[in-house]
Every structure is written in C-alpha cells, then in structure tokens.
Design a protein around this ligand. Structure first.
Ligand code: NDP
Length: 473
C-alpha cells in the first residue's frame, strides 16, 4: 500500500516547503499530474524550458496527425474520379499547411497554459534542476524552491543513429516540423512508428520517398502479417529498402548522398533519421540525489512511479515504460491521485491499444499471433483480408487485413490487429471489449454494422489457423 504523504496527511509541516509538488516538464504527463494534484488541494509549481504541451502537442502526435490528414487528401482526389467526380489537377501548398498547422499547435499550447493557470498551478517558463530530495533550482532566475514532492516528467528526445559520417546533414523528428518547403526527395531512416508515419506522409504529399530500415520487416513488435501487409502497401507507394543500413551521408552537387552498406547510393534533398528516442535526463541533477539510470538511460520507477528517493517520482517517456502519450497522462494522473488524493492506484501497462498513422493505418491491441503462440496452450486465429468497398469504384489497389486472436482454452480474445482505413478509430472501440475480457462468443453475438469494414470483426466464423497442445484433438 502506498504511503500517502499528501498535504492533508501532513498539514503541520507546510512551512517547511514552498510547494507540495514541483513538476519538471510541461508535457502530457507533467501537465496532467500538476492539474490533478492542484485539484486535490496541493500547491503546485511546474517548470517548462521550451513550450507547454510537450512532444505530443508541440512536435509529435498533434502536428504529425495534421500532416497525415494533409497527405491523405491526395488519394481522396484520385479516388473521387471513380465515383463520378472531375477533380481539377490538385496542387499542394506546403507553406499554407505549415502556417495553419502551427497556428493550431499554438492554440492548443495556449489551452494547456490556461488550464494549468485555472487549476492554480504556477508555471515557470524556465529550466529546473534537482539539488536535493526536496530542492529544485530554477536555472534562469536562480531561485531555489523547497518541494515536498518532485515529479520528473521531462520526456525524451530523438537519437541520431547509426553513428555514421555525415549524420549532421540529417534532420530528426524535431526539425521535420520546421521544414520551410516540401522536399522533392526524402530519405527516411528507421522502421519504427516515426519513420513509418513520416515516410507515409511525405509519399502522400508527393515527395519521392525512400524508407530505409536495417531489419527485414518494419515495425518490430507488431503482428508479422500486419508488418508484411504494410510493407506490401509501402512498396507500391515508395522506394522501400529493407535489410539495408546507412553507411554514410555526404553533401553532393545535387543534394545529400546516402551510401548504404551494399554500396548503393540514394540522393535526397532531406534525410530524416527516426531511429528511436532517449530519455531527457542530462543535467537534471539526478546524481546529486543518487538516482541511477537503467540500461536504456531511463529513470527506474516502481508501479506507483516512485524512484529510489521517496520524495521524487517520475512519469512518461523519461521512465521508458510504454512511450505513448495516453500512458504518460495515465501515469501522471495515477501519481497525483495516489500522493495527493488519498486514492492510490497504478497504471496497467499490460494491455495498450495503439495506432500507427501510416497509410494504410494500423490499429492493434493485445498479443500478436507469435506472442499468443508462445503464451497460449490452444489458439484460434481468425483472419479476414478483403478489398474495402470504397476501393471497388475507386479502383485503388488496396486490401484490408483484420486478425482476431483467441485463446481457445478460455475463448478470450487476446489480440486484435487491423491494417487499413480507420484502423486507429476501430481499435479504440475494440480495445474496450478486449480490456473487458470479451470472448469470441461475445464478438459473434455482436450484431454487425452493415456495410462497414469493421463488421468483419464480428463475422469471422472459421479460424484460419488453429493450434492445439500435442495430443489434444
Ligand atoms: P521506435 O523505437 O518505434 O523505432 C526505432 C526504429 O529505429 C526501429 O525500427 C529500430 O530498428 C531502428 N533503429 C534503432 N537503432 C538503430 C540503429 N542504430 N541503426 C538503424 N536503425 C536503428 O522509435 P521511433 O523513433 O519511431 O518512435 C519513438 C517512440 O515514439 C515509439 O516508441 C513510440 O512509442 C512513440 N510514438 C508513437 C506514435 C503513435 O502512437 N502513433 C507515433 C510516433 C512515436 P529495430 O526494429 O531493428 O530495432
């Protein structure tokens, strides 16, 4: 049980501290924690050295999704012809998109600021460093703050790897939002969420796109058939180079020249490197309080986000648990309720619905087929691969793939994987059922919504693959 040491529990020591909670970092996790703690009556101060909103709002999920939308219009214009429309040659204005996107980000940033202010959180627009278990120093003003609790929510930043000559010519997923023109040719390096999403965005926006990944399959950790389906679709949209690594980058007369490990060269106007992110811990003062990092450079915490120092907690990407915005938000909320609300609870990291905003999109929850094979004694895999209705008239070469993975001993649906239009929207709803422990029988008795792509999820009758323990019929 968590030791609740919130303000209500120890009112007599208020003068010892300037604030009950000092939050370092104004991203998704830090902002949620600050607001909820303030709502529980805590005196809260939050320091943010860049822009309130963090990676998600300022240079991640939000501007990225707006660019995903921008790119997808290209195929809408093309598809419209199959439905009788005559669409004049569409033209894309990068600058117009950029200005409107950035205005939206600024609007959201202001909302975050206002919400913090309304909650009574004192926001310090400067860097903060830890000087003791209860001490924080604001770097610009030099002011020292005595805090009963400190929450580290500093997030992460992109790492530029592999370490090859000429890497300084490449940009990361930070600078990609600052590009003033759309690159005619872009090389994207990496095979994770960010690389796959941006390769899709640029290909849709008309850039000649190469996606280079060291592995034979994109998106490590996702279901293999979904990965293969995405690679097939991406192979049609761009130059996809799998199983190849970057050896060097150099500036040539016509652009940046990338040399690969097989000797091939690719010339591009921009090279976007998206090969992972690492926690923001440098210069934070962790050594002064004796917090050692784990092997991935993250702050180790327990289920309640406690570090090894009882007064210091950490949430979000800086802890490298599941580096997703909704998880950081949940961790921040759980921390605030537990420490200041007298209601200790912790986040279940076991079942996380997630989407990749590639085109086609991916939505996934639960175990992959490979994971289920390893964990479940008996298994049924239901699979549906079909041409979506819209593609019949548009004539677009496109398939949707859906998989429902069932533990055949219990009939529980342990995994659902979708590749195709609106997969992200679908998986959010399916995620509720899977989180509730739905069985295949529950899926089967759910009435289909017709005609939709999603109805396939409740109309799959015969497993495509079954696995039974040896000797069992
Ligand atoms: P990921 O961890 O998803 O992917 C990193 C990619 O880089 C992998 O393909 C990896 O290859 C490759 N890689 C790692 N090291 C090297 C190297 N030395 N040389 C070549 N390739 C390398 O990181 P991202 O940067 O794409 O995203 C960071 C995090 O942001 C993700 O973990 C995700 O949680 C989050 N995110 C979520 C989004 C969403 O929810 N839609 C969108 C964007 C980001 P390999 O697979 O072989 O290891």
């Amino acid at each position: 049980m968590l030791d609740v040491t919130g303000p209500a529990a120890r009112p007599d020591t208020d003068e010892e501290f300037d604030v009950d909670l000092f939050v370092i970092g104004g991203g998704s996790g830090g902002v949620r924690a600050a607001r909820i703690a303030a709502g529980h009556g805590a005196r809260v101060q939050l320091a943010e050295e860049y822009r309130v909103g963090g990676t998600c709002v300022i240079r991640g999920c939000v501007p990225k999704k707006l660019m995903v939308y921008a790119g997808r219009f290209a195929e809408e214009f093309e598809d419209a012809a199959g439905f009788g429309w005559t669409v004049p040659e569409p033209r894309f204005d990068w600058n117009a998109m950029r200005v409107r996107r950035d205005a939206e980000v600024t609007r959201l940033e202001a909302i975050y600021d206002t919400n913090l202010m309304r909650a009574g959180v004192d926001v310090e627009p400067q860097r903060a460093v830890i000087e003791g278990p209860h001490a924080v120093r604001l770097v610009r003003s030099g002011k020292r703050v005595r805090a009963r609790h400190i929450l580290i929510a500093t997030g992460g930043h992109p790492v530029m790897r592999p370490d090859v000559p000429g890497m300084d010519l490449a940009i990361s997923s930070n600078e990609v939002f600052e590009l003033e023109t759309r690159p005619d040719r872009i090389l994207v390096v990496g095979g994770g969420y960010i690389a796959v999403e941006f390769a899709g965005i640029f290909a849709n926006l008309g850039s000649r796109t190469t996606l280079l990944h060291r592995g034979e399959r994109l998106l490590t950790g996702f279901d293999d058939e979904i990965r293969d389906g995405l690679a097939e679709a991406y192979g049609r949209r761009m130059d996809l180079r799998l199983g190849r690594s970057l050896s060097r980058l150099a500036r040539g007369p016509g652009g940046i020249v990338a040399t690969l490990d097989d000797g091939a060269t690719i010339e591009a106007d921009q090279v976007l490197v998206a090969t992972g992110r690492t926690p923001n811990v440098a210069g934070l003062g962790l050594d002064t309080v004796g917090i050692d990092l784990d092997g991935a450079g993250a702050i180790p915490v327990d289920a309640f986000s406690r570090t090894c120092v009882p007064s210091i907690y950490a949430v979000g990407d800086v802890t490298n648990r599941a580096n997703l915005t909704p998880i950081a938000i949940r961790e921040g909320h759980a921390f605030a309720d537990s420490v200041f609300g007298g209601k200790p609870w912790s986040v279940d990291h076991g079942l996380i619905p997630t989407a990749v905003f590639s085109t086609p999109e991916i939505g996934t929850v639960g175990l992959t087929e490979a994971e289920a094979r390893a964990r479940c004694g008996a298994l049924d895999v239901y699979r549906s691969c079909f041409r979506p209705m819209k593609a019949t008239l548009s004539g677009r070469e496109e398939r949707m793939l859906m998989k429902v993975i069932v533990d055949a001993d219990t009939d529980r649906v342990v995994g659902v994987h979708i590749l195709g239009h609106d997969a992200g929207e679908m998986i959010q709803a399916v995620g509720i059922a899977v989180t509730m422990g739905a069985t295949k029988a529950d899926f089967d008795r759910t009435i289909a919504v017709h005609p939709t792509a999603g109805e396939e999820l409740v109309t799959m009758r015969v497993p495509a693959v079954t696995k039974r323990p040896e000797g069992v019929g």
